[in-house]
Write a protein that binds this ligand. Sequence first.
Ligand code: HC0
Ligand code: SF4
Length: 579
Amino acid sequence: MVKITIDDKLVEVPKGSTILDAAKKVNVEIPTLCHLNLHDVGLVNQTASCRACVVEVEGRRNLAPSCATPVTDGMVVKSNSVRALNARKVVLELLLSDHPKECLTCAKSGECELQDLSEKFGIREIRCDGAQSTYREDYSPSIIRDMDKCIMCRRCETMCNEVQTVGALSGINRGFDAVVSPAFEMNLEDSVCTYCGQCVAVCPTGALTEKDYTWDVVSALADPEKTVVVQVAPAVRAALGEEFGMEPGTLVTGKIVTALKKLGFDNVFDTDFAADLTIMEEASEFLDRLTRHLEGDKTVKLPILTSCCPAWVKFFEHQFPEMKDIPSTAKSPQQMFGAIAKSYYAEKIGVKRENMVVVSIMPCLAKKYEVGRDEFKVDGNPDVDISISTRELARMIKQFNIDFVDLEDQEFDNPLGESTGAGVIFGATGGVIEAAVRTAYEWVTKEELKDVNFTSFRGLDGIKSATVKVGDLDLNIGIAHGLGNARKLLEDIKSGKSKFHAIEIMACPGGCIGGGGQPYHHGDLDILKKRAEAIYREDEGKAIRKSHENPYIKELYSTYLGSPLGEKAHHLLHTHYFN
Ligand code: HC0
Ligand code: SF4
C-alpha cells in the first residue's frame, strides 16, 4: 500500500493506483473528460489527452494529469491550487475554441460533459476563438457522427477496439483535422460497425449520437389513415424512469403503458410477448439440433448461438462469416413482433398491412438498423416501421408535457401484450438463455421445473458458464456480453475447444439494460446493476414465468401458427444471415 496526502487528507491506496483513484477514495472530486473507468466491463480509458484533471504535486515543476499519474509514497497533492484551477480553465477554453457553439440545438445538450464543466468553471467567453474544424457529418440508420464536436478523448476508440474488438474507429489526421473515423474515412454505414451504440454511450459530447426518429413517430400518430401499434422492449422499463429523476432500478412498466396511450398509440403491446415467442422457436430449434447431434448426425452443428441481438448478428456476419450457420435462425423478438402484428393481428382487426405502423421502443441503437434490413420486409413494407430508443421516448413524453412520475399504471393491451417472467429477463445478460432453459427443461423431462431461478447465469462477469442437469443430460451453457467476450467464445468454437451446447451473446456490456439507447450512465456501473435487479424483480412478480405457459402464445400457435418450426412459423419467425 502507498500513503499520500490530497488536499490535506491522508489516504492509503494499493501500489499502481493513480492520483485520481486515491482522490475518489477520500471524496475529492477532480473533474475529468477523457478518463473513463468501467473496469468491470473491461473499459479503462486512460489516454490523459484532455488534461482537465491536472493537479499540483509538491516538488514537481509541471502539473500532473491525475488520471495517469501513479501515486508514490509520501506524495503531497493539491487538487484545488489556483495554478491547477487556472490550467483546467485554459484547457476548457482551448477545447471550446474550435468546438461548435451549438448547445441550443445539440442532441447532447444537458447531458454533455464538456458543457457541464464549462458551466462549472464559469466560462462566459472564449479568449482564443480562432480557426474551426469543419468535417462532414456522417449519417447511418442508427448513429450520427458530428466530428466537429469531437474532443479526441478516445473513449469511443477504446470502447470499439478494446471492449467490443470491432475496430471500426481510430484517430486520424492532425490539428484541426483530427477526428475519429472508420478506415479510409468511409462512412460508418460502409464499415464493420455493428451499431452497438457503445461509442455513443461513452461519448462525452455530441460527437456521436443516435439518429432521432421521434418526429417520424409523431407524423404516424397524426395520420388518421394509420393504425399505429407500439411494442416496448424488456430493458426499457428498468431505465426510463431515470430520465425523469427517478432512482435507477425503478420499474416503470405500468407508467410506460399509460404514457404511450396518452401519446395516442392505438395499441400498446409488449416485446416481452414476442420474447416468449422467440423461446418457443429457439428452444425447439435447439432441442432439434441437440437430439440429432446425440443420435450421431455429423451434419448438425453445436453449440447453437442466440441471435436476437442485431449488433451481435452484424458482428458475426462481418467477422465470422464462415460460422453463420451456427446461430439460431429465430428472428429477434422485435422482428417476430412486427411479423405477427402485420399478419395475425392485422388480419384479426381487419387492417391492411400497409395501413399499420409498428413502432418499437428499444434500449438499443442497432434495432434502428435491424428494422431496415431487407429480409424483414414484405414487398418493401417493413415488419417494424420505426424504432426509437429509451432516450427518444423520454424526449417525446417531455414534448407532450406528460407528467411521467405521477402517471397511474395501466396494463398492456392483448393479445400481444401478455408476457411471462421469462420474456422480461431477456433484458439482462444471461436472461435469454435462462428463459430458454426454463422451457427446454420441461419439454425434455416432461416434469415441472420447480425452481426457475438459474442464478449462475446472472451477473456482470464478462463470460459466464454453467452446467445444468436436464434429465440424463449435462447441458453446458455459455454466456457472453460485450463483443470482445463474444469473440473469445467464437474463437474457441472455431478451434474446436468449445464444450458448450448453447451460448447466449449480447453485444452490450450488461445486455440490453446497458444498451446504447438507454439513459446515459456516465460511467456508473451501479446503475447497470440496479437495472438488472429491477428486471429480475419484475420476473419474480409474474404469475407465469415460463414462455410456453403464456396463454396468448398457446392461442397464437393453436389458431394461427400451427407448431413451432412448422411451415407458417418458419416463414414468419425465422431468418437467414449474410456475408
Ligand atoms: Fe433487447 Fe430483445 S432483449 S435484444 O436487449 O432478444 O434492444 O430490452 O427488445 O428484440 O425481447 C433490445 C431489450 C429487446 C429483442 C427482446 C431480444
Ligand atoms: Fe464501434 Fe459499436 Fe460504435 Fe460501431 S456502434 S463504432 S461497433 S462502438
